[in-house]
Design a protein around this ligand. Structure first.
Ligand SMILES: CC(C)(COP(=O)(O)OP(=O)(O)OC[C@H]1O[C@@H](n2cnc3c(N)ncnc32)[C@H](O)[C@@H]1OP(=O)(O)O)[C@@H](O)C(=O)NCCC(=O)NCCS
Length: 144
């Protein structure tokens, strides 16, 4: 597996499978805007020239925010999410971010466990954050 910065060509290569093979958190159009935003960096994991996961962050001053991390459904549980998150944490360090924050649906156990494994701490809750119904945990990693 190799991890590289996501390009518009990579996004085009995923366009038809984004909803079916990944998750429908983010649409093609929003991801395209994200790639054009200078405060945002996206990375992809590739196996045999095929995208198997992607993740992105924004950095504003010394705070990094995780925008998204998704592994292809058929490739989960093989360490790809961990490698993507580790790469973003290294990037935070390179870009002199002091802390790394994210929101996660309180029902999303795989993601919460992933973040805990990499040192994120649950610091609070945003009530009815998703579709005005489900709560989100705010998780932050300080030891970057
Ligand atoms: C969350 C997600 C990115 C994890 O990716 P993954 O490649 O399956 O994760 P990994 O195989 O690297 O696992 C790393 C750690 O995550 C946790 N984890 C992953 N899947 C898990 C599961 N089904 N149940 C519990 N913990 C899980 C574990 O702590 C695991 O470490 P371990 O293997 O030492 O136990 C993946 O499940 C996914 O794409 N989910 C849908 C999108 C999403 O919810 N993204 C987060 C919000 S934007």
């Amino acid at each position: 597996m190799e991890i590289t910065e996501m390009t518009l060509d990579d996004l085009e290569s995923m366009k038809d499978t984004l909803y079916s093979d990944f998750d429908n958190f983010w649409s093609y159009n929003i991801l395209k805007q994200e790639l054009q935003n200078e405060k945002t960096t996206y990375i992809i994991a590739k196996e045999n020239n095929e995208v198997v996961g992607f993740a992105g962050l924004s950095i504003i001053f010394d705070e990094a925010t995780l925008n998204n991390i998704v592994v292809k459904k058929s490739c989960r549980g093989r360490g790809i999410g961990g490698e993507l998150l580790e790469t973003l944490i290294d990037l935070c360090s390179d870009l002199n971010a002091k802390f790394f924050t994210l929101e996660v649906n309180v029902t999303n156990t795989p993601a919460i466990k992933l973040y805990e494994k990499f040192g994120f701490k649950n610091l609070g809750i945003r009530k009815k954050y998703y579709n005005n119904s489900t709560d989100a945990y705010i998780m932050t990693k300080y030891d970057i």
